[in-house]
Ligand binder design. Structure first.
Ligand code: NAD
Length: 274
């Protein structure tokens, strides 16, 4: 493992445009369960997965009912306000401050990368702290809405203050298309990237799972390196899309990579490049 940590640090130091692709696994050490890990929500309760696949259809058919369900039924991941970033999130924020990491593209909806201090974050599957207008795509901080009052006054669903369209949670549900702006920018970042850190994801949810393949397809003469930091091997490991796997917890492995970079380049510790 020590050799692979050194190798990852070297690849990141030499990189021109490094990005991180993260999934639910990076937040398990903050106390938020993943879906498909050994203690994952789907692993323990497969019926919860079936229910999740019906949420978007319900929104399309009956947005008022969708909001009533959200306000009256327990949320799958609990109250996301209560969680704090862990050393894995903090290590990625530090890599950004060092000027090494250009973007984090996350499947997570928990806002923990932003809480850790990462500035360039693309919430590929949306953010639980925002609502999104399905007509014009505008996003709004959810705390600006008193949804309980709207429920009491029978005024659900909430509406967009810009165009009057119906709002849904910004979270992208199963069967819902990825919002165009995020999908397009993620593709751009992946095609510019020469070193990608893939952290805490089973890499089976599409279209996100295509992004590592985009990183791999560089123009002739250009190379890219994919480093996986995961508790278990994934299809990326098995199909040779990742170059190597640092098998372990993101909250332990990522800080070790940062320490190794600081040992090799002490000036990076003070760096606040943006
Ligand atoms: P997943 O549940 O399919 O896979 C998580 C992977 O991370 C597993 O392979 C697991 O072995 C690994 N893992 C767990 N803890 C780890 C750790 N500490 N260090 C390293 N690896 C660890 O998650 P996914 O691939 O992100 O896909 C699930 C979908 O569920 C995503 O779309 C995401 O939006 C959503 N989700 C989000 C959250 C969140 O926001 N925190 C939580 C659960 C699910």
């Amino acid at each position: 493992m020590t050799d692979l940590i050194k190798q990852a640090a070297e690849h990141l130091i030499k990189s021109k445009y490094a990005i991180a692709l993260t999934g639910a696994g990076i937040s398990t050490e903050s106390g938020i369960p993943d879906f498909r890990g050994p203690s994952g929500i789907w692993t323990k309760d497969p019926e919860a997965e079936n229910r999740a696949y019906r949420v978007y259809a319900l929104f399309q058919k009956d947005p008022k009912r969708y909001w009533i369900d959200r306000l009256t039924m327990p949320s799958l991941l609990g109250n996301l306000d209560q969680y704090a970033p862990n050393p894995g999130h903090l290590a990625l924020a530090e890599l950004e401050k060092m000027g090494i990491l250009k973007w984090v593209i996350t499947q997570n909806i928990d806002g923990l990368h932003q809480k850790a201090g990462s500035r360039n974050v693309l919430d590929y599957h949306g953010n639980a702290f925002r609502h999104r207008c399905v007509a014009c795509g505008s996003r709004f901080e959810s705390r600006a809405f008193d949804l309980k009052k709207l429920l009491e006054e029978d005024r659900l669903p909430p509406l967009c203050s810009g165009c009057g369209g119906v709002l849904k949670s910004d979270v992208v549900h199963f069967h819902e298309p990825i919002p165009f702006d995020v999908a397009e920018q993620s593709l751009e970042e992946a095609s510019r990237c020469d070193v990608a850190l893939i952290c805490g994801t089973s890499a089976v949810v599409y279209p996100f799972a295509r992004l590592p393949q985009v990183v791999k397809q560089r123009p002739p003469g250009e190379e890219s390196i994919i480093i996986e930091v995961n508790a278990e091997p994934t299809p990326l490991t098995e199909r040779g899309i990742s170059d190597y796997l640092l098998r372990g917890k993101t909250g332990e492995v990522l800080p070790r990579i940062v320490e190794e970079i600081k040992k090799t380049q002490p000036q990076r510790s003070q760096s606040t490049q943006r």
